[in-house]
Design a protein around this ligand. Structure first.
Ligand code: NDP
Ligand code: OXD
Length: 313
């Protein structure tokens, strides 16, 4: 009888507990890093989000690595990733739909002046003078038109916003203006009243949300970052808000996570902070991805959503 594939799961305890039970019932031998003893040379597959430095390199028989999340920067910004080992990322409609609810929520909050209206309510002010703009007059620009960015763009277009997207390659989605490549970034920014970041974190996109970028937006634009903290320079966000260049920001991700207690972002009146929960991978869907992927690797079949390691996403 051929041996069962051996999978090493490395994740914080609260995540590992969610994934371990269904994986254990999936016809594989599971080892949870930090809980179970294992021999590195016997591990065939690994599942993680941000593996401890050196862990993957210490597994000489790895056939593939699976990411618990859509973003794979936790593997690739670490220079010790064993580049000959295929890396499979999590792609799931539910994840994209949840991301879209986050982006739509914060787009509407800004577009409808909801923060100012909440503030007026608390003070007992009937703020009828603060009329919302017409939806089609608010221009939303989405950085990153992949699985998630495309769905967010479509949802916002269907609500009536003027939507555009920026990506490496030209897109052709109905009613969504496409900007492509570094050469078109400036003109994309110049027409984005709300800038939404849904890029993967790579060498090229690191720190893209900086003072120079904000200066190219229309004055009083709003920033939504639900991608990675490594995209943003937090002191530049605060400076741009304090100068009026940005009207505010909704941030789900941070340079350091958890966001340190001392961060000025916590109490800034024009910034909404959420704890990297714009969307959470669904355990059932991700267990299915892993078990299906392992079965395909074992049969020598192509596996979907393998990352281009050189490109970084
Ligand atoms: P995809 O890989 O499907 O899409 C990435 C998009 O970014 C593509 O359109 C790509 O262009 C574009 N892109 C990449 N590099 C560049 C560049 N240098 N210049 C211009 N465009 C670029 O990713 P997903 O949509 O699945 O996910 C996006 C990110 O969202 C993830 O990497 C993750 O970090 C984040 N995320 C955050 C979550 C949260 O809870 N906060 C949850 C889930 C994901 P092209 O199409 O031309 O290749
Ligand atoms: C992801 C995330 O990348 O949750 O999926 O951040």
């Amino acid at each position: 009888m051929s041996k069962r594939p051996r999978l090493l799961l490395s994740a914080p305890a609260y995540w590992a507990n969610l994934w371990a039970d269904p994986l254990e019932q999936g016809g594989i031998d599971l080892f949870v890093y930090g809980r179970d003893a294992f021999q590195p040379e016997t591990i065939d597959y690994a599942l993680s989000f941000r593996p401890p430095p050196g862990l993957l390199k210490s597994l000489p028989s790895l056939k593939a690595v699976f990411s618990l999340g859509a973003g794979v920067d936790g593997f690739l910004t670490n220079s010790d990733y064993p580049k000959h080992v295929p890396l499979v990322r999590f792609v799931d409609d539910t994840l994209s739909r949840e991301m879209a609810t986050y982006v739509v929520l914060h787009t509407l909050m800004f577009h409808r002046n909801q923060r100012a209206l909440d503030d007026a309510q608390r003070k007992g002010i009937w703020l009828q003078s603060m009329l919302p703009r017409r939806t089609e007059e608010t221009r939303v620009g989405i950085l990153g038109m992949g699985e998630i960015g495309t769905l967010c763009a479509e949802r916002l277009r269907d609500l009536g916003f003027a939507v555009s997207g920026w990506s490496r390659s030209r897109k052709n989605a109905e009613g969504i203006k496409s900007f492509a490549g570094d050469g078109e970034l400036g003109s994309f920014l110049a027409q984005s009243d709300i800038l939404v970041c849904l890029l993967p974190l790579t060498r090229e996109t690191k720190a893209i949300l900086n003072a120079k970028t904000f200066a190219q937006l229309p004055r009083g634009a709003f920033l939504i970052n639900a991608a990675r903290g490594g995209h943003q320079i937090e002191r530049d966000i605060i400076a741009a808000i304090d100068s009026g260049q940005l009207a505010g920001a909704a941030l789900d991700v941070f340079e350091a996570e958890p966001l340190p207690e001392s961060s000025p972002l916590w109490n800034h009146p024009k910034i909404t902070v959420t704890p990297h929960i714009a969307a959470i991978s669904d355990p059932t869907a991700s267990v299915h991805m892993v078990l299906d992927g392992i079965a395909r690797f074992e049969r020598g079949e192509p596996v979907p959503n393998v990352v281009d390691i050189e490109r970084g996403y």
